[in-house]
Write a protein that binds this ligand. Structure first.
Ligand SMILES: Cc1cc2nc3c(=O)[nH]c(=O)nc-3n(C[C@H](O)[C@H](O)[C@H](O)COP(=O)(O)OP(=O)(O)OC[C@H]3O[C@@H](n4cnc5c(N)ncnc54)[C@H](O)[C@@H]3O)c2cc1C
Length: 835
């Protein structure tokens, strides 16, 4: 065994081998893979091998598409047949909401270049004559989808890697991993040690065990998954004898199962409610090719619906049941990317569709390692999208939930019920008493909108179509009442959100943004350091600026509100969802000479956004600080007293109205809340939620990561010119940004008014056309209540970023006229913010 290598990949399943293969393809031949038993002896060998292209995540969708293309070329490259069967995949719809999901998905597919067709029930029957079509209202079909033999795929990629110089050590177990003072890793195995620059953990069901070796609590716990293979069926054998094509993979989403032909019989895989998590403390050290005891009782309702749909399934005996472990993360997407807190330690874990993802995940991770950045926006799979809250107890609940919801309709505003109430700001109960309907971000409960007193959906509002899988509303609140029904169209929250927007615009509102990520940066080198990593000039003491952390390629990684508390101490605020992500980048960029200190203070401070024309009058009642424009202008901040409490008041907000963000010690939150609401009674202070904020930020054309801003778009494409100071000297990504602009920008940020909208606004990821030419994609969308327009933010071809340009946006399958309008349709000159 080698003692030195550039990269050590741990784990010889499809995912680890896919990573090794791509590292070698990138030209890094000095790479090794270590597998404790035989290749594929983890989850890979027993996978059903399906390659579903369908995925509502922009990141995962691109990985899956890449994989399928790669798998097609492997045999030619390696001489090994990976058993790819491009038999197509049909997903059935029995409800209108399911059809809406498919229509929304078809838009995403169009923007990432995945081919999908819509079929009528009669067309489905033609392709799948063994199925009954009762209850089906439509279907989608991916002609390029199919299945593969997972073990053969892994072997083909292993050969491809070996051919390029990579080495694979089987029957070798990694027992310890440590980092040397010079940053190199020492990987200890039962057959010797290897020193390397990078380690990739691709250990499937062992992920948490591997994490323990380096002090990472990796948010992955497997869940049991079963599939059933039947004996041969005469009708299928007859089709084969006649040389008829395979009927393809069939997915009855509304009954939560997949089915395909297998060796003349049928293979059925349900995703049932109640499947338990497993290997919570890791598989046993001797585990290999392991299956669990089958439990068909758990599958009974699903089997019943499968027989109703495909009677042939019930007509032959069961040949074999596979019950194996499938790794899950809390949201069901894998974790691919750098580990937090550690340099050059990479995770490719938590794959529940790992055969499908292996190629794409390996491709992007190899780019990340070799080139320093991936080319696809990986935010949806970044390991740092979960925080330390995602520990064992949380994971047990969330991974079982993620498994049970594989086939539920994934509404854009879906808020799942497991492990709720975990992180609450102190004012949670007060907000709940005022009717808050909560959503979550990074584990925090956050008011989404406010229902009026006594508001509850009725039984008829909640009436569900009669299908097995149908969860179209939020969980009941603490009082047992259900207040939110989800939709791809305007939901029942729509008018209430409108009322909140109007109230903020006309009077004054309070939003709890305590989930914001917050960092304190200080020390003699602080200003210089921030200058060297962020795009904008470091603000002068007492001032606030918006600044961006770019990738080395000039894409946008993070956005920070920077407040200068003094010449060498700064307070940085960024998106709540990105707390670990942004903190990790900041920490890894810190100078090593100790001249800059960084403290994570997210949980030390709560944040209230006080906004609206009456916000000054309200705050003035409680503070002796002069709040006049002259004394406290827009984009400045001060420590002020509010009653007996102290808060950092910053004159900024994301809604475009006069207002202040009050960053306060979290333990003073309820004192402050009560004081504000007592003083605010005569000014009609009301709380508002994140949905109203989102509507108002659209009207200001304010951008979000990873929508309008992402690593895939240059900061200039995202329209951040005024936050980029080229004069101040060098900063991270500056040269690449300029080169990108010189080479030519491919996209331009625009604000669109979408016309003829009745009940469905854009949401983001809708395709934009001129005639039939795809010319861009929306990144966000919704209704702007202050301007009375359906709006979308979008990236389009630069020559089309002209006010008045006519375009078309497809929303849920319908073409809408749209027109490019000036940014910030509400108050373009910021009169309200400056008032
Ligand atoms: C019943 C079933 C059906 C499935 N069907 C599909 C499907 O149709 N399509 C699909 O895409 N996915 C499917 N999956 C999921 C798929 O099997 C997994 O996502 C995929 O196999 C994960 O691959 P992996 O490489 O991450 O993990 P694994 O295949 O589990 O590989 C991890 C490897 O790491 C090794 N390892 C761990 N720790 C160490 C160590 N310390 N030292 C050395 N080696 C170590 C293990 O021995 C193991 O071989 C299915 C899963 C199940 C259970």
């Amino acid at each position: 065994m080698k003692t030195q290598a550039r990269v050590v990949v741990i784990g010889g399943g499809a995912v680890g081998v896919g990573t090794l293969y791509h590292l070698a393809r990138k030209g890094w031949s000095d790479v090794v893979l270590i597998e404790r038993r035989e290749l594929t002896s983890g989850s890979t060998w027993h996978a059903a091998g399906l390659l579903p292209l369908f995925n509502l995540s922009y990141s995962v969708g691109q990985l899956h598409k890449y994989s399928v293309n790669l798998y097609r070329s492997l045999e030619e490259e390696t001489g090994l047949n990976a058993g790819l069967s491009t038999v197509s995949n049909i997903r059935l719809a029995r409800t209108q909401d399911r059809m809406d999901e498919y229509k929304y998905y078809a838009g995403i597919a169009r923007t990432i270049g995945v081919h999908v067709d819509f079929l009528t029930p009669a067309e489905v029957k033609e392709i799948w004559p063994l199925m009954e079509t009762h209850g089906i209202i439509g279907a989608i079909r991916h002609p390029e989808d199919g299945y593969i033999q997972p073990a053969d795929l892994t072997q083909a990629m292993a050969r491809g890697a070996r051919n390029r110089g990579a080495e694979i050590y089987r029957n070798t177990t990694v027992t310890a991993i440590s980092q040397k003072p010079n940053g190199e890793w020492l990987v200890t195995t039962d057959r010797g040690e290897i020193t390397c620059e990078h380690v990739v953990s691709a250990t499937g069901n062992f992920a948490r065990k591997t994490g323990e070796m380096v002090g990472l609590d990796i948010p992955v716990i497997p869940v049991e998954h079963q599939y059933i293979v039947t004996e041969q069926h005469p009708l299928i054998m007859e089709r084969r004898a006649k040389g008829l094509p395979e009927m393809g993979v069939l997915r009855e989403s509304d009954s939560s199962w997949y089915m395909r032909e297998e060796a003349g019989g049928l293979l059925l895989g349900p995703y049932e409610i109640g499947a338990p998590c497993c290997y919570v403390d890791g598989p046993s050290p001797t585990s290999e090719y392991e299956l669990f005891q089958e439990d068909l009782d758990r599958l009974a309702p699903y089997i019943e619906t499968a027989i109703e749909r495909v009677p042939a399934f019930g007509e032959v005996g069961v040949k074999r049941v596979y019950n194996g472990a499938i790794a899950y993360t809390p949201d069901g997407s894998p974790i691919i990317g750098p580990a937090w807190n550690l340099r050059n330690f990479w995770l490719n874990e938590g794959h529940s569709f790992g055969i499908t993802a292996a190629g794409g995940a390996g491709w992007q991770l190899a780019e990340w390692i070799v080139e320093g950045e991936p080319s696809v926006d990986m935010m949806g799979v970044d390991p740092r999208r979960f925080g330390p809250y995602a520990g064992r107890g949380y994971l047990r609940q969330k991974t079982e939930e993620a498994y049970a919801k594989v086939f539920t309709v994934h509404y854009p505003e879906e808020e799942r019920g497991a492990a709720r109430g975990l992180k609450r700001s102190p004012c949670y109960d007060r907000m709940a008493a005022r009717g808050a309907v909560f959503g979550t971000v990074y584990g925090w409960e956050r008011p989404g909108w406010f229902a009026p007193p006594g508001y509850a959906l009725t039984a008829s509002d909640l009436a569900k179509p009669d299908v097995l899988v149908n969860e179209n509303h939020a969980e009941p609140d603490a009082d047992g009442v259900i207040r939110e029904k989800w939709s791809f169209r305007r939901s029942n929250a729509f008018p209430f959100v409108g009322a909140e927007c109007r109230h903020v615009h006309e009077k004054v509102g309070l939003l709890d943004m305590s989930a914001f990520a917050k960092f304190e940066v200080s020390g003699p080198g602080a200003a210089q350091w921030l200058d060297s990593i962020l795009t904008n000039k470091v603000p002068k003491a007492g001032r606030v600026s918006l600044s961006y952390l770019l990738t080395r390629r000039g894409g946008v990684r993070s956005e920070f509100t920077v407040f200068a508390m003094g010449p060498s101490s700064f307070y940085l605020v960024s998106a709540g969802a990105l707390e670990r992500h942004d903190g990790d980048y900041l920490i890894k960029l810190l100078p090593r000479d100790g001249s800059v200190r960084l403290e994570r203070v997210t949980t030390q401070y709560g944040v209230f956004v006080l906004a609206g024309p009456r916000s000054r009058d309200l705050l003035a009642k409680l503070t002796d600080t002069d709040l006049s424009n002259a004394a406290f202008p827009w984009l400045t901040g001060k420590m002020i007293s509010v009653g007996a409490a102290t808060a950092l008041a910053m004159r900024v907000n994301y809604v475009g109205e006069l207002g202040w963000e009050l960053h306060h010690p979290i333990e003073m939150q309820n004192y402050l809340f009560d004081l504000l609401f007592q003083a605010g009674a005569e000014l009609d202070l009301k709380p508002f939620g994140i949905k109203a904020m989102d509507s108002m930020r659209l009207e200001k054309s304010y951008k979000l990561i990873p929508r309008e801003m992402s690593i895939e778009y240059s900061a200039y494409e995202s329209g951040l010119d005024r936050f980029i100071s080229l004069k101040k000297g060098d900063f991270l990504g500056r040269e690449a940004l300029l080169t990108w602009r010189e080479d030519g920008l491919l996209n331009a940020f625009v604000t669109l008014e979408v016309l003829d909208v009745t009940d469905a606004d854009a949401r983001g990821s809708e395709p934009i056309y001129i005639m039939n030419e795809l010319v861009g994609r929306t990144t966000s969308g919704g209704f702007g209540w202050r301007v009375g327009k359906s709006l979308a933010l979008a990236m389009v071809r630069p020559d089309l970023a002209v006010i008045g340009q006519a375009l078309e946006v497809t929303i849920l399958g319908e073409r809408h006229r749209a027109v490019v309008i000036a940014d910030s349709p509400f108050d373009p000159t910021n009169e309200a913010l400056r008032s």
